[in-house]
Design a protein around this ligand. Structure first.
Ligand code: AMP
Length: 547
């Protein structure tokens, strides 16, 4: 017997319709590429998205066509989120930090039909326009006054002219909730990038889960500033969650330095932000150097790579900003876990509570997790045993776009597919997951794993260290031993022996790094993560002192 409930598809357009109807006057504020601050509301954003949906149709964009963007966080990008997906096309957020050759490869693989881009990316688009095979039109996301007098980009259109020339009457089509809505490629540290193709259903379900109090905790009373780019897993879903709850949105555009962010937090009275640790490091340095405070900001979501306890302590103890440590990945839309504490944790001492907070957190409803050993056997949830982390859920990919990337799923005894995350973690009895390494980066010494993240956290807590990364270096006896690559803070004095001595008593003795090399910079990928494969290449012939 079936239930007797209405069948209503879960559609991305319904989030915008809701925001307009119930939070029409709520503000959307953007620092524009043009340099000024732009103020609008959900009512205006919804009307302009409908105009853009008509403009896309006028450009011949049909159901399922890919609409590409090269854009910062801003209201025009948000309009495209809704205009493209809402009208049945697929929004493809290209990552502008990639090499032009990679942008061309990805745009060709996605078969993008039209490319929207911010003024900052005109040189990039000029470099790739003649090479992308399927793009028929290029749209500069600005007004007539900011259009270039001349450009080598063919069929160059002006965003504001498209909007002005289109009607704001558009009925969002009631499409199948399983239709593709948006496409995001993984950073691809190895091999070609792979596409995660989200659906309307997966996106709306992810939005419900992300907004919950023990997840990202979004409310109509919040002012949310996503620092995480809208070209990196849809800014962790915040442009959708903000519409669902009616929160004020503030977009920083390309201005992501500590001063610009802090100014915007203060002037727009931001309460919640989200981004990767690298960004927060710069912000904390600015705030510390200028003896500033956060007068309204109370929470920040930190993920994408591990947040160190030192950073958490700085935010929480010095600035009264609660850190929500979150973990996920492109293939998971991206949210998997958030580290919010349970009531029992209130009884713990400060150190024990920090130890829980340093974990990546517990699964949000909808995500199933398990850890397995080398033979695929399930490992205990004891907070100590680590193994490869596998996940399942309605917003986790079943396969990559066009099947390129092989069949990623691993079947269990019931024949259900699990997605292997490539992360190595523990799970404790309370369900808290802690990443100890990535399987690609793992350091295996004498057949035993060494968690490079722990070693990096200890180095990062040293006052003379600006950045540290740990890789496995070749060792004749142990196969691999940890090598620490370190960037010192400007003017700081630190020797190899002093840093190695700082590990005493903090970890098992055999985990202590065998050597330290000081460098000027550590290579970072397009999304701000340390490129350990590059480091491994760089130090492939490094002679460890004991070797
Ligand atoms: P991406 O698909 O680029 O978002 O990268 C996902 C990967 O980033 C994950 O598989 C993890 O290896 C890593 N990652 C994401 N969040 C965290 C976190 N909070 N701590 C450690 N690693 C993380």
């Amino acid at each position: 017997m079936n239930g007797l409930m209405m069948q209503q598809p879960l559609l991305i357009s319904s989030l915008l319709v809701h925001a307009e109807r119930h939070h029409g006057e709520q503000e959307v504020v953007s620092r524009r590429v043009e340099g000024d601050i732009h103020r609008s509301t959900y009512r205006e954003l919804a009307a302009r998205s409908r105009r853009m949906a008509n403009a896309l149709a006028a450009q011949g964009i049909a159901f399922g066509d890919r609409v590409a963007t090269l854009a910062w966080n801003g209201y025009r990008h948000m309009e495209l989120y809704y205009a493209a997906s809402g009208s049945g096309a697929v929004l493809h957020t290209l990552n502008p930090r990639l090499h032009p050759d990679q942008v061309v490869w990805i745009a060709d693989h996605a078969e993008d039909r039209i490319l929207f881009f911010d003024l900052s990316f005109l040189p990039l688009v000029e470099a790739v326009a003649a090479r992308v095979k399927t793009v028929k039109a290029f749209v500069l996301m600005t007004d007539r006054a900011h259009m270039p007098a001349a450009s080598s980009v063919p069929n160059l259109l002006c965003y504001e002219e498209l909007i002005a020339g289109a009607s704001d009457h558009f009925d969002w089509p009631q499409i199948d909730e399983n239709a593709a809505s948006s496409l995001c490629y993984t950073s691809g540290t190895t091999g070609h990038p792979k596409g995660a193709l989200y659906s309307h259903r997966s996106t709306v379900l992810h939005t419900y889960a992300a907004a919950l109090p023990d997840a990202l905790n979004c409310s109509a009373r919040d002012t949310i500033l996503p620092v995480v780019p809208m070209f990196h897993v849809n800014a962790w879903g915040l442009p959708y969650a903000a519409c669902m709850v009616g929160a004020k949105l503030v977009f920083p555009g390309p201005f992501l330095d500590g001063k610009s962010l802090h100014d915007l937090f203060e002037s727009e009275r931001v309460t919640v932000s989200a981004g990767v640790p690298t960004v927060w490091q710069a912000l904390l340095a600015h705030v510390e150097a200028n003896d500033l405070r956060f007068s309204t900001m109370r929470r920040t979501i930190i993920g994408g790579s591990a947040c160190t306890p030192a950073m958490m302590q700085a935010f929480q103890q010095r600035y009264d900003v609660q850190v929500l440590h979150a973990w996920g990945m492109t293939e998971m839309s991206p949210l998997g876990t958030v580290c919010t504490l349970k009531p029992a944790h209130d009884r713990l001492g400060a150190d024990a509570r920090m130890a829980v907070q340093a974990k990546q957190g517990r699964a949000v409803f909808g995500v199933d997790m398990k850890i397995v050993g080398e033979e695929g056997e399930e490992l205990p949830h004891d907070g100590k045993t680590s193994g490869e982390l596998l996940v399942r859920g309605p917003w986790i990919i079943a396969s990559y776009f066009k099947g390129d990337g092989g069949d990623p799923l691993v079947p269990d005894a019931q024949g259900r597919g699990w997605f292997p995350t490539g992360d190595v973690s523990t799970l404790d009895a309370d369900g808290y997951m802690q990443i100890t390494d990535r399987s690609k980066d793992v350091i295996k010494s004498g057949g035993e794993w060494i968690g490079s993240i722990d070693l990096e956290n200890i180095a990062m807590a040293h006052p003379a260290v600006a950045m540290a990364a740990c890789i496995g270096a070749r060792h004749p006896k142990w196969d691999e031993r940890p090598l620490l690559v370190v960037v010192k803070k400007p003017g700081a004095a630190l020797t190899r022996d002093e840093l190695i001595a700082s590990y005493d008593g903090k970890i098992a003795r055999w985990w202590t790094p065998d050597d330290v090399v000081f460098v000027d910079a550590i290579p970072l990928g397009a999304t701000g993560k340390v490129q350990k494969n590059k480091l491994r290449e760089q130090f492939a012939n490094h002679k460890l002192p004991t070797a």
